[in-house]
Ligand binder design. Sequence first.
Ligand code: MTE
Length: 331
Amino acid sequence: MLIKIVKASDCKESEVCSESLYLSRRRFLSASLAVTGSSLLPSVASAQSSSADVLPSWLQHRQRASYSGAALAPNDSVAPYAAATVYNNFYEFGPDKDDPARHAASLTVEPWTVLVDGEVERPGRYDLASLFHEAALEERIYRLRCVEAWSMVIPWLGFPLASLVQHLRPNSHAKFIRFETLVRAEEMPGVRSPFALIDWPYVEGLRMDEAMHPLSFMAVGMYGGAIAKQNGAPLRLVVPWKYGFKSIKSIVRISFTREQPRTTWQALAPDEYGFFANVNPDVDHPRWSQATERRLPGGLFERGVRDTLMFNGYGEEVAGLYAGMDLRVNY
Ligand code: MTE
């Protein structure tokens, strides 16, 4: 992030064929097989070393549910694991794209608890296994469009946010959900830095109907294995129709609120970053166009620039959430 101071697409993911997707599938398969202890493929061990770590033990025996929601477009291909884990935004570890990969290894993710509070019937401090109770694990392959005008396609593992909300039972006063990231200065150089502009903790939020939308997702894994620390281990939000800054990482607190939460980027630069932050090619950032984006990683001979799609291509699924709203005002 720069600081101043399908639609359900034409073709299903299963019909997309590209080298990088094929390679990613191999990694998925390898990691899954490693998790279930199978030794069917001799390549498992070597493939896994360039891929995600195995899932944490509480996830290894979770039932898997298949998902038949939003699909990828024909020109979408999954970013290689190496790309998705070296080019990151995670300001707690520093402002440069490679800072998270360089520094996040020091983050302690076990044990991990999440405080649930506010307008909810089941408040408390939960470990991850009890937070997600008996929900089945799902795989979602989503486009992630950063407000800085780059994008990647990343395969996540996790649970629909709606299933978590239902489990926690918000009361009728709950109109928004507020999420908060861990603040642990001794493990986070960005938090220690005297030059950081962010007022920690990093905070994000959703309206309740957005949170209940089937595309809103809590990721606990990626590429068939554990979620990398630089990508928000052990728990992050993924809201694919919104700019990436809404997808808050390393969540330690979930609050159900009556009022719209004050979110990090909106508080920092309200003229530049809104609460809704829906991907919108028609509403430019005050300092750059949002009409196009650079798909990462680019090829050797192409910059990979493409048109940005309304709601990041998920308009068919989510446009109804904003019926009657002026999206230039509610950016
Ligand atoms: N969450 C926290 N806690 N801190 C951050 O700096 N950056 C956001 C989002 N979540 C951020 C965060 C931004 S700007 C983006 S684009 C995405 O994470 C990037 O996710 P990725 O690094 O997994 O691609």
